[in-house]
Write a protein that binds this ligand. Structure first.
Ligand code: SF4
Ligand code: SF4
Length: 293
């Protein structure tokens, strides 16, 4: 038995994510991981350590642990992690499905990654600039035949809208759930996305604010971050789930990096109950201290 105390996810929280790695086996030009400064090299921890930390988490039936990245399947112990997370913790996976699906089917119970939700538990990202659609469809169909809860999502990037809409038609005709994701980020000098706080992602100024998150975001060494921007840009974490004392605090934390936020944290989106209007962070502006950079 672990001597680490449980980490109770507060009712206010809408997302619990373990970024097993920020590395990926693909190179999409619009990858949100590279919105800000290049991610600093991150320490990775073993599957055993991940399981030790993640099994402290006490979440709700409708709030799964999402394994993501980068590409989570390139973690050397990906399947070990899946198979050793305690059954009380539901699991979702965000993946580009470049892994060996036959090995996955042989080693993972489809019931383990399944829950009562309005969308698939394994959410595959389709990136037309670096992926062929047909082989992807074959892999998804193989996983569906093996009884996995799996669907495809694709970003409506301005350069690939037509091809993504066509892919949806092809997949829908084959009985595959295919959904669109809003493009968040910059293209030809324009910032795409619906954001709650003006200028937060402009990267043209920095301002002191107070910020509170509704997400438990864990980086590749199990450190916990205030937001995606902190994770991707290598700012100091607020804790680590392997620290025996770690508990989630529902507090506003001071931040001097407002203006360099990541679109994932600021965009207006649908929460886990499929309700629109949610934002990952709540920001308060104590005083006007803009500083041009
Ligand atoms: S598959 Fe996802 S994580 Fe990998 S480069 Fe593309 S957008 Fe980034
Ligand atoms: S203000 Fe922006 S950069 Fe600062 S913690 Fe909040 S989301 Fe992250």
């Amino acid at each position: 038995m672990s001597d680490l105390k449980p980490i109770i996810v507060p009712e206010s929280h809408n997302y619990v994510a373990a970024f097993l790695t920020l590395g990926c086996n693909l190179t999409c030009s619009y990858c949100i991981n590279h919105f800000g400064l290049p991610a600093s090299v991150k320490k990775h921890i073993s599957g055993e350590e991940w399981v030790k930390g993640l099994n402290r988490i006490v979440s709700r039936e409708d709030l799964p642990l999402t394994l993501q990245g980068g590409e989570p399947s390139i973690h050397k112990d990906f399947i070990y992690i899946l198979n050793n997370i305690k059954p009380e913790l539901k699991i979702d996976i965000l993946t580009n499905l470049q892994f060996d699906v036959e090995e996955f089917i042989a080693k993972v119970d489809p019931e383990r990654i399944k829950r009562d939700a309005p969308y698939a538990s394994i959410r595959v990202s389709y990136h037309p600039e670096v992926m062929e659609l047909e082989p992807l469809i074959e892999k998804v169909q193989r996983m569906l035949d093996a009884n996995f809860s799996i669907g495809i999502w694709s970003v409506l990037h301005p350069t690939q809208e037509d091809v993504v809409r066509e892919a949806q038609e092809i997949c829908t005709a084959k009985g595959i759930d295919f959904r669109f994701k809003e493009f968040l980020g910059e293209y030809e000098g324009k910032l795409y996305g619906s954001f709650r706080y003006e200028g937060a992602c402009d990267k043209t100024f920095k301002k002191h604010v107070l910020c509170k998150t509704t997400e438990l975001i864990m980086g590749p060494d199990a450190s916990v971050y205030r937001c995606h921007s902190d994770l991707y840009e290598g700012r100091a974490p607020v804790g680590n789930i392997l620290d025996p004392e770690f508990q989630i605090e529902e507090i506003y934390r001071p931040c001097d990096d407002y203006g360099h936020c990541n679109p994932c944290d600021i965009k207006v989106k649908t929460n886990r109950l499929q309700e629109y209007g949610h934002t990952s962070v709540e920001i308060e502006f104590p005083e006007d201290e803009s500083e041009a950079v």
